[in-house]
Write a protein that binds this ligand. Structure first.
Ligand SMILES: C[S@@+](CC[C@H](N)C(=O)[O-])C[C@H]1O[C@@H](n2cnc3c(N)ncnc32)[C@H](O)[C@@H]1O
Length: 273
């Protein structure tokens, strides 16, 4: 019990330490919202739990689309940056111990947060418990894609971090196998993504020199400063000498790029209204 409390406090502290500038670069992207809405395939007015809601940008966007949203977030630094919406209510807590009765929600979403959980298995059991037979939708990184994006040439440490912290799609699917169909939906990133997570600037390598951009991502914010400086120096040199463009110039004309971001949907059964 004491151990669980300490783990929770440490985990909460991460975003209390690194989340102070989050809302300046991280906003809901409407194409991600569209995808969430179409994958959930639920009628207006249903109760959606947004776990690891952060600053609530996706909670707000879903409320604008007519859902009744509960935003669950452990970090007060994150929730303090949220814009208010009459159809969003905020609850402080963690995914490993959801403070809700079983079957309280018609659906749950988990956007770019499961890699921060202290106990994924317990957390997903909790999500299943409170969601009953409704859909559960996870937006995450598929670690099998980690060899591909150019960014990792400059920051190879991210590859190990991803392998250590992002569960495989097979593992995630197996957690939900008893609930029926699980489907995987890759999400190639548009070049003009509004939500500036770590892979978002794939077409604009120069943006990685922008500290505000980097500070909005846990990957860069938690990166050893020396390793970060080294990676940026190499990137700058390759851009100046034209080496980056020799290797990757085709990327500059793409409108979308598969960086490894993926939706995992456990359908459950469509709840009755
Ligand atoms: C990258 S942010 C994503 C926030 C939001 N979903 C979004 O996409 O804007 C990850 C969030 O997960 C939260 N988080 C970390 N551990 C958590 C846990 N065990 N349970 C619930 N949320 C957690 C963090 O506090 C942080 O706000």
């Amino acid at each position: 019990m004491v151990h669980a409390l300490i783990v929770l406090q440490e985990m909460t502290a991460i975003y209390n330490k690194i989340g102070d500038t989050y809302s300046s670069t991280r906003r809901a992207d409407e194409r991600i919202v569209d995808r969430i809405v179409s994958l959930l395939a639920l009628p207006n007015g249903v109760r959606v739990l947004d776990i690891g809601a952060g600053t609530g940008s996706y909670s707000f966007a879903l409320a604008e689309r007519g859902f009744q949203v509960t935003a669950l977030e452990p970090s007060s630094v994150m929730s303090a940056q949220a814009a208010e919406h009459p159809n969003v209510s905020w609850v402080t807590g963690s995914a490993e111990k959801l403070p809700f009765d079983s079957g309280s929600f018609d659906a749950a979403i988990l956007v770019l947060c499961i890699h921060h959980f202290t106990n994924l298995e317990v957390a997903l059991s909790e999500v299943v418990r409170v969601t009953g037979s409704g859909p559960i939708l996870i937006f995450t990184y598929d670690p099998s894609k980690v060899e591909d994006p150019w960014l990792f040439e400059y920051f190879p440490v991210f590859q190990a971090q991803i392998k250590n912290s992002f569960p495989s799609t097979d593992l995630l699917s197996s957690h939900f196998s008893s609930r029926g169909r699980v489907s995987i939906h890759g999400f190639p990133l548009p070049h003009d993504l509004n939500d500036s997570f770590a892979g978002a600037a794939w077409r604009y390598p120069e943006r990685y020199f922008d500290q505000a951009f980097r500070d909005g991502t846990s990957a860069f914010r938690q990166l050893d400063p020396e390793i970060c400086r080294h990676g940026l120096e190499q990137l700058r040199e390759d851009l100046e000498t034209g080496r980056w463009d020799q290797k990757y110039s085709h990327i500059r004309s793409l409108s979308v790029y598969d960086h490894g971001y993926t939706f995992i949907l456990s359908n459950g059964q469509i709840p009755r209204k």
